[in-house]
Design a protein around this ligand. Structure first.
Ligand SMILES: [Zn+2]
Ligand SMILES: [Zn+2]
Length: 434
């Protein structure tokens, strides 16, 4: 197959990319269409499925490939089928057309993470065709809403009887990131995403006067302190002002980022088309996206935030549509974790080099790890630029196809494992921890 190859696997991927499953867009968001497409695929390859809809309009699809030893802890292959929006005016191609140019498939979700949804299924189809039967049961979960915090997707799924009925899970695989080099990155933990709203109140008055302690003034003082913290963290990372790296070997996952992502204030009498520029608003609000590195205790960051807000006379809260975690839950990436050993050895057997890292952003893995389920973040994309959430997101045809082989090998090896050395002890520890 040439690099522009229109083979059947690629065509399936392109079909799925054309379903505009932007997070939480309601009926127009095509969640149901994405799930219907995945379900048809599951049935075609002989997988039993079930719909779980803990929140109306946000369906989760579960599929199961039964192993011959169902008493062994199962594998979970998780992927989210929602995608972030695309700013079409900045794309050189239609983000929803899945065009192929120069051997690259362009589209929103090519890397994050519709490729993985489809690769899991294609890998299972191939394994079935070659007559492989798993010992361990393999479950798949396709979840919505990951991109907007995961509360109504993975968060709710984990509380359902259907999830409990999957039985004990030995290892979950979830998304990772592309690696520009010739190695796969695998994530054993992640920074904690905290979405923070800071709100300031103050007096109103005429815009021509020196009114004291106005809401925007207080808000900006907090913002400035927050941004000073941001500068210090950036310094720690060792990037210069042009974004070039120098000096340290730190990665993004090793520092805490903080970005001011929302600002709101102003008095308007036409819903924000124009503003009463001579009236001091009594409320001002800022939103921050914070990603807390495992090297910083969340309670220590919280203390800082409390201090800034208290000293400047404002209040903060977590964005009410999120469910922030208060500790980092990590999956051990060393010999103490039999599943890490199994994963590492399976990849080594296929001659793939691994680079273990802390995920700089957030994934649904954090909810699984919170339940003590070992989870590794891994998307088989090497020699590929990191393009998630960017304009002109693409994945090359060759990388997409090679990824199917990687999952064939991984699932074949992991699902064939009898009880791993140390697995029972690990399970006992999990029960104690719960
Ligand atoms: Zn993702
Ligand atoms: Zn994403």
């Amino acid at each position: 197959m040439g690099s522009n190859g229109h083979n059947a696997d690629v065509e399936l991927f392109r079909q799925f990319l054309r379903i505009r499953s932007v997070s939480d867009e309601g009926p127009a968001g095509n969640y149901s269409q994405a799930v219907a497409w995945l379900e048809r695929f599951c049935h075609k390859i002989g997988l039993k499925t079930q719909h779980v809809e803990p929140v109306k309009g946000k369906p989760v699809l579960l599929a199961t490939w039964h192993g011959t030893k169902p008493q062994l802890p199962a594998l979970l292959l998780n992927s989210h089928y929602d995608v972030v929006p695309a700013m079409e005016e900045f794309w050189t191609v239609d983000p929803w057309a899945a065009e192929i140019q120069d051997g690259k498939i362009y589209g929103r979700g090519t890397q994050d993470m519709k490729s993985v949804c489809v690769q899991y299924l294609l890998a299972i189809e191939r394994l079935k065709k070659k007559g492989f039967t798993p010992q361990r049961t393999v479950h798949l979960s396709f979840v919505p809403d990951e991109e907007i915090g995961g509360v109504d997707g993975m968060g709710k799924l984990l509380q359902t009887p259907e999830f409990a009925a999957l039985g004990t899970l030995g290892l979950a695989l979830d998304e990772g990131l592309a690696n520009p080099g010739d190695a796969f990155t695998v994530f054993y933990g992640e920074r904690l995403p905290w979405w923070i709203l800071v709100r300031a109140s103050g007096p109103t008055g005429h815009g021509s006067r020196f009114i004291k302690e106005t809401a925007p003034q207080k808000l900006l003082r907090v913002a400035e302190r927050a941004l000073a913290f941001r500068r210090a963290q950036e310094e720690l990372l060792g990037h210069d002002q042009h974004g070039c790296k120098h000096g340290t070997a730190k990665k993004l996952g090793d520092v805490t980022t903080l970005n001011l992502t929302m600002l709101r204030a102003g008095v308007s009498n036409d819903n924000g088309k124009t503003f009463c520029m001579n009236v001091i608003p009594t409320e001002a609000e800022a939103g921050f996206d914070v990603r807390i590195t495992p090297d910083l205790a969340p309670k220590d960051f919280q203390k800082l935030l409390d201090k800034w807000c208290e000293e400047e006379g404002v209040t903060w809260q977590f964005a009410p549509w999120t469910r922030p975690l208060h500790s980092h839950f990590m999956t051990a990436a060393d010999d103490s974790n039999p599943w890490w050993v199994a994963f590492r050895d399976a990849m080594a057997a296929m001659n793939h080099e691994l680079e273990p890292e802390v995920f700089p952003a957030g994934t649904d893995s954090r909810f699984l790890r919170e339940l003590q389920i070992p989870a590794l973040g891994f998307s088989p994309m090497k020699n590929s630029p990191i393009l998630l959430h960017e304009h002109n997101e693409y994945l090359s045809v060759d990388v997409f196809l090679a990824g199917i082989d990687v999952y064939v090998g991984l699932v074949e090896q992991l699902a064939s494992k009898d009880t791993l050395p140390g697995e029972e002890e690990q399970l006992k520890r999990r029960k104690v921890n719960r």
